[in-house]
Every structure is written in C-alpha cells, then in structure tokens.
Write a protein that binds this ligand. Structure first.
Ligand SMILES: Nc1ncnc2c1ncn2[C@@H]1O[C@H](COP(=O)(O)OP(=O)(O)OP(=O)(O)O)[C@@H](O)[C@H]1O
Ligand SMILES: [Mg+2]
Length: 339
C-alpha cells in the first residue's frame, strides 16, 4: 500500500522513481563500489535503500549513521553483520517509526576483520542517515572498504549537501575518498502532477473516494514531498481522521520543530537562522541578506554566509540557480508558528 507510513519494504509499494532504482541496480551489477542516494528530507531515501536491502542477493548489512562512532566501529559493524549473515545495526527509521536493531560495543582488529570479510562473497553495506555520523570517520572507513575489500559494495544516503561535500569529498583533493568513483543518485521531489497521481492511486487501494479539489489543496500545502503526502493519505484513508490535513501539518511541524531545535541549540544568533528560513523564497544571496537585515537589524556578511551555508548543508534550504528557497513549505509554517 502506498499509504503505509513505515519505510517501504517492497518495490510494489514504492511509487515512481523507477529510473533511480534501475540506475542503482545497474551500477551494482557493473561492480561500482560506492553509491550515494541523495535528496532532501522525506523524499524516500530510506525506503529505496530498504527495498534494495530486502532484494539484493548476498549478505546485506545496515548501519544507521546515528550509532557509528568512528571508522573502526563501522568496520566492526560490517564484520559482525557478515558473521551473522546480515543484519540491522541501529534502526531503519522513518517518520516516528523505528525498528529496533542490535548495538555493538567491541572495537575490531582491522587486519583480522579484513581477512575474514574478504572471504565472504558478495556483501552490501547500507549506511543510512550518514549526516549524523562523523563525516571524516565515515570517509576513512569508506576509503578503506573501497581499497581493501573488493567484495563489499556500499550504498550510503543522507541529506544531500553535507553527504556529498563532507562524507564523499567529491571536490576536495585532500579528502580520504578523493579520486574514487562515487555513483550519485538524486531523488527529486515529485512534480505537482505526480503528487496528484500518487494521491489518486493511493486512495484507490483502500477504495476511498476523495474529491479532486481536496487533493489539489493538499498538493499545494504539502508540496511534492512524498513523506507528507503518504502521511496525509494514511490519516485520511486508514486512520479516518476528520481533519487529515491539519493533523499532517501538526505532525510535520512537530518533526521539523525537533530538527530545527537540534540545529539551533548551540547557536548564539538563532534569530538570524530563523529569519533566513522565513524569507528564503527564491531569493539571491544579496536580496536575502537585505530582507533579513530589514527584520533583525545589523548582520555582518560572514555570519549571514555561515548561517545560510549551514542551513543548506542540512537541507533546510535549497540552492537552485544561485537562488535560495526553503526545502519544504512545512519549514516556514514551523518557523512562523513555533519560534
Ligand atoms: N516512492 C514512494 N512511494 C510511496 N511511499 C513513499 C515513497 N517514498 C517514501 N514514501 C513514504 O514517505 C515517508 C518517508 O519516506 P522515507 O523515510 O523513506 O524518506 P527519507 O528520504 O529517508 O526521509 P528522511 O530524510 O526523513 O530520512 C514514509 O512514510 C514512506 O513510506
Ligand atoms: Mg531516511
């Protein structure tokens, strides 16, 4: 069902994105060692990884970025996962849902792990939520796997900019992974038409009729983020909530509020960050700075740049053709209502 709210497990429940799915499979068959799935929050990265995790032959090991302490720890997770012929370390997490996994305490002996891993046939290592782990440590582990473990293919995902720049070091010649091939797969948000089609097909499955103008309003308010659309479908068709859109917005606001608080917790200039989020609607750097100054007064260029960069790194803001916009309309609603 399209409106199940956990990360999808099977391709038949996963709407659209067939090209991206095929690209990953082809890349794996070609023997690519490192594949990165990027995309803003709630776009379906974990679902796509989860489907592959369930489908691919060989030993599949899943590590959540939140539990990876350092490079050695990641190698040890890999070793442990192979010993038990596959497994989940940390959780497979989506909106408010987590499937409990196994945690790990021992530090590995790398040469021993290496001898062991190399003898085990085909292995896929999945790293989700890479943005929560220490970038350099993950990068070190990935370059080690790339060079020393020919039978291991890694599929990694996380919020885009930080993943690409810091973990994968695509353009940085002093980075541990520099020069190694990374297959980048970006999941883009759905267009308005596709969003509408997704909702229509989704409501057909539990045989619900929903008026077209209601669906159009939902697409306007939630944009093309499939995570929010799924949650709406769930509330409307399965939980039979009388005010599904309000409910989704309130859940979504709660999630975004938590993420924003986490980002802002040790910032001295919180107002600067919030003001940027409020006014980033397709504006150029200079123009955005000027409206932010109108709101909060004196701001120097470098603090503004730093804040904007950080918001972009964590995918709250997207930069397209030199213009900055919030990645999701819920972010703006959250800022207006909660901060
Ligand atoms: N292509 C799809 N078809 C149907 N449902 C989807 C699809 N992609 C995602 N979903 C649903 O959207 C929600 C978010 O998906 P998922 O957790 O995979 O996204 P994510 O990109 O990993 O999000 P986050 O950035 O928060 O980790 C889930 O409820 C999932 O079931
Ligand atoms: Mg995810």
């Amino acid at each position: 069902m399209y409106f199940d709210i956990g990360p999808k497990e099977k391709i038949r429940d996963f709407y659209n994105y067939r090209e991206e799915y095929k690209k990953i499979k082809t890349a794996l068959n070609r023997g690519e060692k490192l594949i990165a799935i990027t995309g803003v929050r709630r776009v379906g990265k974990t679902s796509l990884m989860n489907i592959l995790f369930n489908e691919l032959d060989g030993i599949n090991v899943w590590a959540d970025g939140r539990i990876i302490r350092n490079a050695a720890h990641l190698i040890s997770i890999l070793e442990q996962g192979i010993k038990q012929k596959g497994g989940i370390f940390g959780s497979i997490k989506s909106i408010g849902i987590s499937i409990a996994g196994i945690s790990l305490t021992t530090e590995p002996s790398i040469p021993k792990a290496e001898r062991f891993i190399r003898r085990r046939g085909k292995v896929h290592l999945f790293i989700d939520e890479a943005q929560y782990a220490n970038s350099l440590e993950i990068a070190k582990a990935l370059s080690y796997i790339y060079d020393r473990l020919p039978n291991v293919q890694t599929i990694i995902s996380g919020s885009e900019i930080r993943l690409i720049n810091e973990v994968l070091g695509v353009e940085n010649s002093s980075h541990p992974l520099y020069g190694r091939r990374v297959e980048l797969i970006e999941l883009k948000r759905l267009t308005k038409d596709k969003s509408l089609e997704f909702l229509k097909l989704g409501f057909k499955q539990p045989h619900k009729r929903v008026p077209n103008n209601e669906l159009k309003e939902v697409v306007e308010r939630l944009d093309g983020l499939i995570g929010w659309l799924t949650l709406y479908g769930y509330e409307r068709a399965i939980a039979n909530n009388e005010k599904p859109l309000e409910r989704v917005e309130s859940i979504a606001i709660g999630i975004v509020e938590g993420e924003l608080k986490q980002l802002l917790k040790d910032k001295r200039n919180k107002r600067l960050y919030l003001s940027i989020l409020k006014y980033a609607n397709n504006r150029r750097w200079k123009e955005l700075l000027s409206v932010v100054r109108d709101e909060i007064g004196k701001v120097n260029n470098s603090s503004f740049s730093r804040a904007l960069k950080e918001l972009t790194r964590y995918s709250f803001i997207e930069k397209v053709n030199e213009k900055y916009s919030i990645a999701d309309p819920i972010i703006k609603t959250t800022v207006m209502k909660k901060f």
